[in-house]
Design a protein around this ligand. Structure first.
Ligand code: BES
Ligand code: ZN
Ligand code: ZN
Length: 494
């Protein structure tokens, strides 16, 4: 983290702390002028006029009294704002303050009523402010030798409803702690985050929570005929694991959901080796699995009334004389066989055993998360995950949650005709389709291993799980995508 942050909801400001900044949002020039007059703020004429002309402008004014710094942000008209505005803006501000010497910020939270058409719930409207502050405060400096002890930063939220805001702070912290867990796992290099280390971290994290962790090692995987996972992991000196994190709420669960995540701790491509440029980001090829554990953590933090079984094949796709090969036929726990045409399409292979295991748990529904294909990023860009399912209700609810959380997800076709493209002459299914529609055929491959009576959705997050420049809170590190999205989806289940 950048700062050691303490958040507080307040209903009025008695006295400003020293070294403080105040953030104000204005909807119009009149509001701005009134504010400046009322607080007797001395603003340079040129800067004032340019601020007034510019829609969405920001003005920073340093003073010789308290607060030391005013940050005045003019809001664009409502049509140009979105649900992410305050989250994204505040995430950016926290980063900006790093070297400012400011140790307290006071945020004037605008009235919810004006934004109600954008975010219906007052509580969630407030939560986006806190999420922005916390997400902006994330960094990953574990391996920097010159890192300093984080400075203290007190963040005061001045709102109309300080009691409700206190609840928003608590909820945001519960959610963002899960996002942090997920991001720390994804950002960790593969040299440290081996399948064994992954197991250790998951056990440590859930030790004091209502989450039971069970792990299958190589021997247990062999006993269970999980040869898909074993084959992909064969070349690595770090043997694979299946990590299962089971959260049971204290009361009666409304539903039992299995969450499955691709946990490839490093993807060299195997013998179908990737070029260096394509390999560089592949420590993040376990992002789907980190999303699963992030969600399990949030569910436990919030005591959500949903039973969750998180199922993660943790495996390194390495290269050695013992590597699985293009042309191999691999058997799976389900009994179905896979023709390996490309060892770089390994995610779908390990997920085959994991989805079969998930189906056997007889959940009410299954969602899997995977950095599965570059093709999905080509289709949707870096901001959105691809949603593949035959279940309209799941698709609609996931897309709805994505609109609310701004973790964007977009449904793509899932037509059965595409099954033809992954037929194999020597096995039950091939792990490679043609170039076109690669994200869809990858999903169709997974479908072979899911019980058709269980509603199931596949989410390909190869784009949004990795660092990208489209928001202030995703631009520096892997993002923890999907934790906020699915938390919202789970909260909406009735
Ligand atoms: N891990 C990759 C997919 C990926 C690509 C994730 C870019 C994040 C960013 C996956 O295992 C892979 O290599 N997929 C191949 C599939 C192909 C061989 C059918 C791809 O996308 O090219
Ligand atoms: Zn691959
Ligand atoms: Zn991969």
């Amino acid at each position: 983290m950048i700062f050691k942050i303490k958040t507080k909801s307040i209903s009025k400001i008695e006295k400003y702390n020293k070294n403080s900044a105040k953030i104000i949002f204005c909807k119009s020039n009149t509001e701005f002028q009134n504010f400046v007059n009322e607080h007797k703020i001395d603003v340079n004429k040129v800067r004032k006029e340019s601020f007034k002309k510019d829609n969405g402008a920001e003005l920073q004014i340093w003073t010789n009294k308290n607060p030391d710094l005013y940050i005045i942000k003019k809001l664009k008209d409502k049509k140009s704002l979105n649900v992410d505005f305050f989250r994204d803006y505040l995430a950016g501000k926290i980063k900006d303050l790093e070297k400012s010497g400011i140790s307290s910020i006071y945020i004037n939270v605008p009235k919810h009523s004006y934004f109600a058409s954008l975010i219906e719930s007052e509580l969630y409207f407030y939560q986006t402010f806190v999420e922005g502050v916390l997400l902006g405060n994330y960094n990953f400096d574990l391996y920097k030798s010159d890192k300093k002890e984080p400075q203290k930063l007190q963040v005061f939220f001045l709102s109309q409803n300080s009691k409700l805001f206190t609840k928003a702070i608590k909820d945001a912290e519960s959610v963002i702690n899960g996002v942090y867990f997920s991001r720390d796992l994804v950002n960790e290099p593969a040299i440290t985050l081996t399948p064994t280390e992954y197991e250790r971290r998951v056990r440590a994290r859930f030790k004091d929570k209502k989450v039971a962790v069970k792990v299958f090692n190589k021997k247990e995987l062999a006993k269970r005929k999980m040869n898909a996972i074993l084959s992909v992991g064969k070349a690595s000196v770090h043997s694979p694991r299946l990590i299962i994190a089971h959260y049971k709420p204290s009361g009666k669960a409304k539903r039992k959901i299995a969450l499955v995540g691709k946990g490839v701790t490093y993807d060299t491509g195997g013998l179908s080796i990737k070029p260096t440029s394509g390999m560089l980001e592949m420590k993040a090829d376990m992002a789907g699995s980190a999303t699963v554990f992030g969600i399990v953590e949030v569910a436990a933090n919030l005591n959500l009334p949903i039973e969750i079984i998180g199922i993660v094949p943790a495996v390194e796709n390495a290269i050695s004389g013992n590597a699985y090969k293009p042309g191999d036929v691999v058997s799976t726990a389900s009994g179905k066989t896979i023709e390996v045409k490309d060892t770089d399409a390994e995610g779908r292979i390990v997920l085959a055993d994991a989805l079969e295991y998930a189906s056997k748990q007889k959940p009410d529904e299954i969602i899997d998360f995977a950095t599965l294909t570059g093709a999905c990023v080509v289709a949707l860009g870096e901001m959105a995950a691809g949603v593949f399912t035959k279940n309209d209700k799941m698709a609609n609810n996931i897309v709805k949650a994505s609109e609310e959380t701004f973790e964007r997800a977009w449904r793509l076709p899932f037509w059965d005709e595409y099954n033809k493209l992954i037929e194999s002459k020597i096995a039950d299914v091939s792990n490679l389709g043609p170039r076109w529609g690669g994200a869809i055929t990858a999903g169709k491959f997974l479908e072979h291993f899911v019980d058709e009576n269980i509603p199931w959705t596949h989410i390909d997050l190869a784009g949004p799980a990795l660092q990208h420049n489209l928001t202030n809170y995703t631009k520096d590190y892997c993002t923890g995508f999907g934790v906020r999205l699915i938390t919202k989806y789970l909260e909406r289940i009735n």
